[in-house]
Design a protein around this ligand. Structure first.
Ligand SMILES: C[C@@H](O)C(=O)SC[C@H](NC(=O)CC[C@H](N)C(=O)O)C(=O)NCC(=O)O
Length: 292
C-alpha cells in the first residue's frame, strides 16, 4: 500500500526534465521604492535606462514603473513598486546588487556623479580578479555594480543574492528552475564563493549571481526587494517539479499554487527557495498578452 502510494506520486523523469526543456527567461526584478519619480530620474539620467511604462493601481494604493535597456518582450527589466505614503524600506543584508554592463565604467561613474548619485566604490579591478567594476547606490540604497564589458544585448546583467548554503542553492536552481551553472569563482583570500546561474551566456543575458560568504548561513531579507519573475510555458508542470525539488532538497516553499490571477487571468505560480528568496513563474503567452 505504502509502496503503491509512493509510486503514484513519484514524478516521471520526463516531468523532472521539463524545467531544462521549457522556454525560460528572466523577465524582471520587483522591488519597492520610496519615490518613483526620484528613482526614474536616477535610472534614466544616471544609469542610462529607459522608462518603458508606468501604471497606477489606486484601488490597491500602489503604482509601478518599468525600466530597462530594451523592450520587456526581449529584455530583463526592473519593476519598481511605490506604495502610497511609504517613503522608505529596509533592504536587509541578503540582497546584494543589480549589475549593469558597460563598455566604459569610468565614464558611467562620472555620469552618475554628475547627476548627484552616490559612488560607493571607485572604478578599478575587482579585489582578487581582473574585471573592472564600480559600485553606485540608488536613492533608496539599492546597490548597482557597474561592470566593464564589450557590447552586450543585455546591459542589466545580474541580480546578486546572498545564500547560506551554495551547494543547496545551486541544486535548487538547477533542478527546480532548470538554470545552468555558468561560472563559479572562489576567492578564499576574501572568503567568498560565487555561482553565476542562468539560461544563456553571461554576456548575452541576465544571470542570478549567488554569493556565499564563508561561514555565513543567515541574512535578513528586509521588506524592500521582493522577487524575480521568470517566464515558463507551463506554470502547472513547473509547480509540480518545484514541489518535488522542495522535498528532495529539504527547503523552499510554494507560496502561490499555479493558476490565473484574479482579474487579469495571467497564470502564475510563486515559491521561496531554501534561503527564502522569492521567484514568480509567469506564463509566457499571458505575459506577452499583458504587454499589448
Ligand atoms: C564578477 C565578479 O568577479 C565580481 O564582480 S565579484 C564582486 C565582489 N563580490 C564580493 O566580494 C562578494 C562577497 C562580499 N562579501 C559580499 O557579500 O558582497 C565585490 O563586491 N568586490 C568588492 C571590490 O571592491 O572589489
Amino acid at each position: 500500500m505504502a509502496e503503491s502510494a509512493a509510486a503514484a506520486v513519484a514524478p516521471s523523469a520526463e516531468l523532472l526534465e521539463f524545467p531544462k526543456k521549457d522556454k525560460r527567461r528572466m523577465l524582471h526584478a520587483v522591488y519597492r521604492v520610496g519615490d518613483l519619480d526620484r528613482t526614474i530620474q536616477f535610472y534614466t539620467e544616471g544609469l542610462g535606462m529607459k522608462l518603458l511604462r508606468k501604471r497606477d493601481v489606486p484601488d490597491e494604493k500602489y503604482s509601478n514603473a518599468f525600466l530597462g535597456f530594451g523592450p520587456e518582450d526581449s529584455h530583463f527589466v526592473v519593476e519598481l513598486t511605490y506604495n502610497y505614503g511609504v517613503s522608505s524600506y529596509d533592504i536587509g543584508t541578503g540582497f546584494g546588487h543589480f549589475a549593469i554592463a558597460t563598455e566604459d565604467v569610468y565614464k558611467l561613474v562620472e555620469n552618475v556623479r554628475a547627476k548627484g548619485g552616490s559612488v560607493t566604490r571607485e572604478p578599478g579591478p575587482v579585489k582578487g580578479g581582473k574585471s573592472v567594476i564600480a559600485f553606485v547606490k540608488d536613492p533608496d540604497g539599492y546597490m548597482f555594480e557597474l561592470i566593464q564589458r564589450g557590447p552586450t544585448p543585455e546591459p542589466l546583467c545580474q541580480v546578486m543574492l546572498r545564500v547560506g548554503d551554495l551547494d543547496r542553492a545551486i541544486k535548487f536552481y538547477e533542478k527546480a528552475l532548470g538554470m545552468k551553472v555558468l561560472r563559479t569563482i572562489d576567492r578564499p583570500e576574501y572568503k567568498y564563493t560565487l555561482a553565476m546561474m542562468g539560461y544563456a551566456d553571461e554576456d548575452k543575458t541576465t544571470v542570478l549571481e549567488l554569493t556565499y560568504n564563508y561561514g555565513v548561513t543567515e541574512y535578513t531579507k528586509g521588506n524592500a526587494y521582493a522577487q524575480i519573475a521568470i517566464g515558463t510555458d507551463d506554470v502547472y508542470k513547473s509547480a509540480e517539479v518545484i514541489n518535488h525539488v522542495i522535498q528532495e532538497v529539504g527547503g523552499g516553499k510554494i507560496t502561490r499554487q499555479p493558476g490565473p490571477l484574479p482579474g487579469i487571468n495571467t497564470k502564475i505560480t510563486s515559491f521561496l527557495d531554501p534561503d527564502g528568496w522569492k521567484t514568480v513563474l509567469v506564463d509566457n503567452e499571458d505575459f506577452l498578452k499583458e504587454l499589448q
